[in-house]
Design a binder for this molecule. Structure first.
Ligand code: M1P
Length: 240
């Protein structure tokens, strides 16, 4: 049972869609109807153009709000168009960019598809293999990374070196990248902008070091899922 003022918050990549893929059509039909009369917010590490590529417009239009760039941008539908309610900024020290570039240079993963840096409002998305990677190369890197733990190791080194010095941290997000932002300017910040009762959050990186962790810790209930199929099953069994 949920309260009538319950708010459902969803991560996008890995939770409502495959990473960087459009929403599955069968799930779109279900979700487009499930969302009616519910309070729903999206909370993505990604930016608004990518969210629009992946989540159908009729679903975006039914959301109460969309937080992009790790909660560093907030969008709401007002008079038929999405307006940006706030937008944070990030000024990244040169030392950090140089350190990240050295990681690209020294990685033992053999392929590179730049760009490696994508600057967003209030956050940087960084990828060793590169944001230009094809679906095939994404999967190949992701499997390699699971065995070699490259992202986990780099995130630990980054946070040891820069967290206290610059108040900036790296979190693992998506399939091939990191989300880097000031400590506290992560997904957890969205709680301050949501009026409602019980907060129920779905994410695929709710564990420590993942980019859904801070929000999962602040939600009343969170569901760690591995893909949209698991999200679908939970919505049917617990929240229809
Ligand atoms: O939400 C975290 C990230 O999810 C995807 O990451 P990747 O490209 O590593 O699969 C992307 O949507 C990325 O923009 C986002 O930050």
């Amino acid at each position: 049972m949920t309260q009538s003022n319950s708010c459902f918050l969803f991560d996008v990549d890995g939770t409502l869609t495959e990473p960087r893929q459009p929403m599955n059509h069968e799930f779109e039909l279900f979700f487009g109807s499930w969302i009616n009369n519910k309070n729903v917010y999206l909370v993505s590490g990604s930016d608004m153009p990518k969210i629009k590529e992946q989540v159908p417009t009729h679903i975006l239009e039914k959301c109460d709000g969309i937080f992009s760039c790790m909660g560093n941008e907030y969008w709401r539908l007002e008079e038929y168009c999405f307006n940006c309610i706030y937008q944070n900024e990030l000024d990244l020290p040169d030392e950090i960019e140089e350190w990240l570039s050295s990681k690209v240079k020294n990685s033992t993963f053999e392929y590179r598809k730049p760009p490696h840096f994508e600057y967003r409002s209030g956050a940087l998305n960084f990828s060793i293999v590169g944001r230009g990677a094809s679906q095939y190369l994404r999967s190949y890197y992701s499997e390699w990374d699971e065995t070699n733990m490259e992202r986990k190791t780099i995130a630990q080194q980054f946070n040891k070196k820069f967290r206290e010095k610059y108040n900036i941290e790296a979190l693992i997000g998506g399939q091939i990248s990191f989300d880097i932002q000031p400590v506290g300017n992560d997904k957890g910040q969205v709680i301050n902008h949501i009026d409602g009762g019980e907060i129920i959050f779905f994410g695929d990186k709710c564990y420590e070091g993942g980019n859904d962790y801070s929000l999962a810790q602040k939600a009343d209930t969170f569901w760690q899922v591995n893909n949209w199929k698991e999200t679908h099953k939970i919505l049917i069994s617990r929240y229809e």
